[in-house]
Design a protein around this ligand. Structure first.
Ligand code: VGL
Ligand code: ZN
Length: 199
């Protein structure tokens, strides 16, 4: 059994052009992600999966606009347009993403009061998703990450992966960024310093 897994982060309609929180060129990565997945025995998908009126939505905070940052119990939280609402078309995977190979789909962000960028821990940094345990129990210690968005869910997942002891690589060519206030450069540097291989 292979000790390697591909983690495909949030390749969902709302993060693609035309979606509620569209990432420029988000849909362009899909053919490459499918090609990369063909080379892996283990493929895991994540799916941003928010309750309606989720606390990360600007619309849940009267007077606030998307992309502002507020202070919440667990720290700073960027406010987003309503996106990836449970059961909505925007929360579906991009139609061309090959999900047949996926052995696990991790849903995140479903607790109304906590956002979750990382595939491993929610934004309070203490609520686990269970992914680390799943990987360890299956003897997987080497991870490749692709998906959306480079500077949010991919970067937070990669930082948690190295902190959890996984050998971690991000295929930047199979990611696209939101790039809010220099977040792409900042998060790329944080990943590099943490020991994530950037390919
Ligand atoms: C994401 C912002 C809010 C992401 C998810 O997938 O990068 N970003 N929710
Ligand atoms: Zn989200």
């Amino acid at each position: 059994m292979s000790n390697k897994a591909l983690i495909v982060i949030d390749v969902q309609n709302d993060f693609c052009p035309g979606g509620a929180l569209a990432v420029a060129g988000g849909d362009e990565i899909v053919p490459l992600v499918n090609d990369i997945a063909a080379g892996f025995e283990h493929v895991i998908l994540t799916q941003d999966w928010h309750a309606q009126r989720h606390s990360s939505f600007a619309s849940s905070h009267p007077g606030r606009q998307p992309f502002e940052t507020i202070r919440v119990a667990y720290g700073d939280q960027t406010l987003w347009p309503d996106h990836c609402i449970q059961g909505s078309g925007g929360a579906n995977f991009h139609p061309d993403l090959n999900r047949m190979k996926a052995e696990l789909i991790i849903r995140k962000g479903f607790r109304p009061a906590i956002d979750s960028y990382s595939a491993f821990f929610e934004n309070d940094r203490i609520t686990p998703t269970g992914l680390a345990g799943y990987l360890r129990e299956r003897g997987i210690d080497d991870l490749t990450l692709v998906g959306l968005a480079t500077d949010y869910c991919v970067a937070y997942s990669a930082l948690d992966a190295v902190a959890q002891g996984f050998r971690t690589r991000v295929r930047l060519d199979a990611c696209r960024a939101i790039d809010l206030g220099g977040s792409l450069a900042a998060m790329t540097e944080r990943m590099r310093q943490a020991g994530v291989s950037l390919a």
